[in-house]
Design a protein around this ligand. Sequence first.
Ligand SMILES: [Fe+2]
Length: 428
Amino acid sequence: MPRQYQYGFANEFATEALPGALPRGQNSPQHAPYGLVSELVSGTSLAAPRAQNRRSYLFRIRPSTGTHAFTPFALDNFQTPPLAIAPYPGALRWGPFPLGEAECDFLDGIETVAANGSPGGHAGMALHIYRATRSMEGRVFSNGDGDMLMLPQQGALSIVTELGVIDVAPGEFALLPKGLKFRVDLTGAEARGFICENYGLPFVLPDLGLIGSHGLANSIDFMTPVAAFEDSDVACTLIHKFAGNFWSADIGYSPFDVVAWRGNWAPCKYDMRNFAVIGALSHDHPDPSIFCALSSPSDAVAGGNVDFMILPPRWVVAEHTFRPPGFHRNAVAEILGLIEGSHDARSSDFAPGSMSLTNNWVAHGPDTRTFEVARTAPLEPRYDNDTLVFMLETRFPLQLTRRAMEAGNRRVNCAQTWAGFTKRFPGG
Ligand SMILES: [Fe+2]
């Protein structure tokens, strides 16, 4: 299947894998080209405002209706709120999650760390780790609960979807809309990464306000696959997540049979090194909201359902200032993950693949060693080349899974990184 892309975020795309497969002038002709059937997917309320409405017309070999019956299915580590552990009011940190010794595909390798809200309430999110040592074989997944923002940290993925194929590697993310059928193939020996499952409103590009018409994540840098299809009568199993439960159904053909489609309900990918950073050019640093790439809106005052931030390589030039992120407390909860390099507020024990979680009102900031170095460091302009960090901010307190709290890679003494603070008052 071809790897070609169209550019833009949730644009009005139109793509056909065979010439003339897209009907001209209408979406539901009496006879569609090539004997295809027309199927509408509405990702939002039918009458949602035009700017937020997400829908696509799919022209496929068979409709998604089928004679199959769903039976309950178990994926014990892929969890949905309520989780076992109440929101923890202190700092939490994990080293890289080990790849493990058992062979697993992407779906078996999903393990939930934290979550809030509920899919049925259309609010909240979950943070999962995924690990895989082989491609998904003979099975396909669709998530009726949330969009999936997938962040490879190790190993590349080839994501075969109803609407085309997305190749995604560390440094990029893929965004798959709720309800899309897909399969994850590995291109190397193993893969690991993070997933944000968004139960709330679909992600949008944030408004730029006084920044103007360009900056942060520009729409033109998002890549959406062109139509690609399989005409296969080989049976496969569809695994569907719905209302926190998993169901399976055997279907007698490949569901990746969409020959052409048009609309703006579509998966996409984005290279995080294309993020156009807005930063401090004088003497202080702004809030990290300047790193927001995507937002699932909720409340303008209380906080977003989930905001996704990117901190890529960038120049650091501010003078007469404390340059690393300072000490702070937030009304919203925050998850931080390291894709590559290091993070400028963590001086040790935070290798790529590590993550931290600070619930609402948890005080955090530079560890003691970072603080001591940064308060006297010469402030020459420098380029921080070796870093790629993502952050998720969500207004709702994050519950935790028992497995995450008992994981061997959890840094149970992470608060000690702030020990040894030197009281200098009333000196200088
Ligand atoms: Fe923070």
